[in-house]
Design a protein around this ligand. Structure first.
Ligand SMILES: Nc1ncnc2c1ncn2[C@@H]1O[C@H](COP(=O)(O)OP(=O)(O)OP(=O)(O)O)[C@@H](O)[C@H]1O
Ligand SMILES: [Mg+2]
Length: 356
């Protein structure tokens, strides 16, 4: 018996979109069916590239096709619907920046190179802002290495609602990340245009609601990924994280150059891991300036940008990150004090909007 499109469509009629509870066929999500002998390839258009159910949909379609009598090979390719197609399903298409229209200040956290503590700063700063009474969200824009869910201990998946994604919430902070969409350990391969699309979806299709601050954890460096993000988001400004070694100066220069060329204001520099706190044998806390005191401050002065604060190298910070509990949650901790001071230094900046 030869396989035809009608047979495949009939088999697919039983596959439903988990959120919309309608058949993929009725929703117009089956974009193409190719049949070559006993091999069938189905192209499914998702409502969003960031669809939380994409793995499940792919598998449901694959098994429905594989179950057709005579099919020896079932392949599924995923694409994304156009705005017009989405509008047909949801009644209307959200505007490009719909998700962030009630967000007052979007601040990016960037650095010239990787591993200097951007994600650590992002989560602890978010906690400190929340403790001061602000409503806060975190957008993890590091598509290749989304660490925000790990540092906040988030493992659940977000839900969709009317074609929009609901951010997850932890410690009172709203969070969206590709890490929560694909699950931990799934390799993430993003090509340039897809990164751009995903960022746009994070701004347009996530129901952030009313927020005083949305912190954006940028990918490391001054390459394509960071530029794409900086270009796509209406930023109030950027905070640059650096370590105080001499070699960091050129990284900071490159970062500042990038953001200046995009007319993005630099809200200031945060020095991380400049000094080290250790507990001596008799229980005293000792601070060692590993690279000499004031390195970060000197860099800030040299580039004429505000110096926001210095975070010591402290094992509790790494432990808190690994355990998904930012140490600044503990109001009695030194880390919390440092981040509260950083908040005090950011708020008076005229770039920070007090109202929408
Ligand atoms: N002040 C600190 N004291 C101790 N450990 C720290 C400190 N800052 C960061 N770390 C640890 O260093 C590692 C790198 O930090 P983090 O992931 O925040 O850097 P990043 O700039 O976001 O890195 P990437 O460029 O890979 O995204 C993490 O394990 C983190 O817990
Ligand atoms: Mg990071």
């Amino acid at each position: 018996m030869s396989i035809d499109k009608e047979t495949v469509l009939a088999a697919l009629a039983s596959v439903q979109d988990p959120e919309l509870k309608k058949s993929l066929v009725d929703l117009g999500m089956i974009h193409d069916i190719e049949i070559a002998g006993s091999a069938v390839k189905v192209t499914v258009a998702l409502t969003m590239a960031e669809c939380p159910f994409k793995d499940r949909l792919k598998e449901d379609v694959r098994s429905a096709v594989a179950a057709i009598e005579g099919v020896t090979e079932a392949k599924v390719v995923l694409t994304v619907m156009t705005s017009e197609e989405r509008a047909r399903i949801f009644g209307r298409e959200p505007e490009e920046m719909e998700g962030i229209k009630e967000v007052r200040n979007i601040i990016a956290i960037g650095s010239g190179k990787g591993g200097v503590g951007k994600t650590t700063v992002t989560v602890n700063l978010a906690v400190a802002l929340h403790q001061k009474g602000f409503s806060v969200g975190i957008l993890d824009a590091d598509m290749h290495g989304p660490d925000i869910p790990i540092m906040l201990g988030i493992s659940e998946r977000p839900l969709g609602s009317g074609g929009m994604l609901l951010p997850l919430e932890r410690h009172g902070i709203k969070v969206m990340s590709t890490g929560v969409l694909t699950g931990e350990g799934t390799p993430i391969v993003w090509r340039g245009p897809l990164v751009n699309k995903a960022i746009k979806e994070f701004l347009g299709h996530v129901l952030w609601g009313k927020l005083d601050f949305l912190l954006v954890d940028l990918p490391p460096g001054t390459g394509d990924a960071a530029i794409t993000v900086a270009d796509a988001i209406p930023l109030a400004g950027v905070i640059i994280v650096t370590t105080p070694q001499k070699v960091s100066v050129s990284d900071v220069r490159r970062s500042i150059g990038l953001f200046h060329s995009k007319d993005i204001p630099i809200l200031g520099i945060i020095e991380n891991m400049g000094s080290m706190r250790i507990r001596t044998a008799d229980g005293e806390i000792m601070t060692i300036d590993v690279f000499g005191a004031g390195g970060g401050e000197k860099i800030a002065k040299a580039f004429k940008v505000p110096f926001l604060g210095s975070i010591p190298l402290d094992p509790s910070i790494r432990e808190g990150g690994d355990a998904g509990r930012p140490p600044s949650l503990n109001l009695e901790s030194d880390v919390s004090r440092v981040f509260h001071q950083i908040v005090e230094n950011i708020i008076p900046n005229p770039r920070i909007k007090k109202t929408l």
